[in-house]
Design a binder for this molecule. Structure first.
Ligand code: C5P
Length: 215
């Protein structure tokens, strides 16, 4: 398979020294890339800023900062791929204006006006016309099941991987994760909690199966 993966957070500039971002170490996305490479797939990894070295053996590694850059990197590559896994924690909003100079600490309060970023996963089918296997991630603190199912449908995914990020023992920065899998046909699966590498291997196997079913 030719597989496109997004990973890590994005950074949305406020001024030359500040940005807003999402919590994400990039570990899950990089583990997915590593697992896919070791299964012999051709892997394009598009990653926001993380402290990890990209795994060896990638077909391409694209380092991006902002949601807009990630959107463009995906747009330019997804057409040739059989499957796409969107693991990145993309910022949903960015400052409407980026200050050219450092904002000085003059007022007691500071108001930033934010605008929505491009929804990359949401655009996979509708904007990019992607017809391959599409996998989204969802980090939720509340109503995990309802939010995950709604996201799966809204973004027309084949599989949605949901994380309960209100738990401290797993998820962010951790080497371990526990996920719940929601399939398009309504099936729900709870793989055992485990190392992100083990979860990554399982997810790649599932994507292989879905790709075979799609033909
Ligand atoms: O709806 P929500 O943003 O929570 O969806 C999360 C999923 O969408 C993740 O797979 C994430 O990588 C993807 N996403 C995206 N572009 C955005 C926001 C989220 O691709 N701007």
């Amino acid at each position: 398979m030719r597989l496109l993966l997004t990973a890590g957070p994005t950074r949305e500039a406020i001024d030359p020294v500040r940005y807003i971002t999402n919590r994400s170490s990039g570990k899950m996305g990089h583990a997915l890339a590593e697992a896919a490479v070791s299964k012999g797939h051709e892997v394009i990894l598009i990653s926001g800023p993380v402290a990890l070295a990209p795994p060896a053996g990638l077909a391409e590694f694209v380092a991006v900062e902002s949601a807009r850059e990630m959107f463009e990197a995906v747009r330019d590559r997804i057409g040739k791929c059989d499957a796409a896994i969107f693991c990145a924690a993309v910022a949903d909003y960015r400052p409407r204006r980026i200050a050219e100079r450092k904002i000085k600490k003059t007022g007691d309060t500071l108001t930033l006006e934010l605008e929505k970023t491009e929804d990359i996963l949401g655009g996979a089918r509708t904007v990019f016309g992607f017809a391959g296997v599409l996998v989204g991630f969802a980090a939720e603190t509340d109503n995990l099941d309802a939010n995950a199912r709604a996201k799966l449908e809204r973004k027309d995914c084949d599989l949605l991987v949901a994380n309960d990020v209100s738990r401290r023992d797993i998820g962010f920065d951790s080497g371990e994760n526990e996920v719940r899998l929601f399939y398009r046909d309504g099936r729900v699966e709870d793989p055992p909690m485990g190392a992100k590498s083990a979860i990554a291997e399982r997810l790649i196997r599932i994507v292989e199966t879905l790709a075979t079913q799609q033909g």
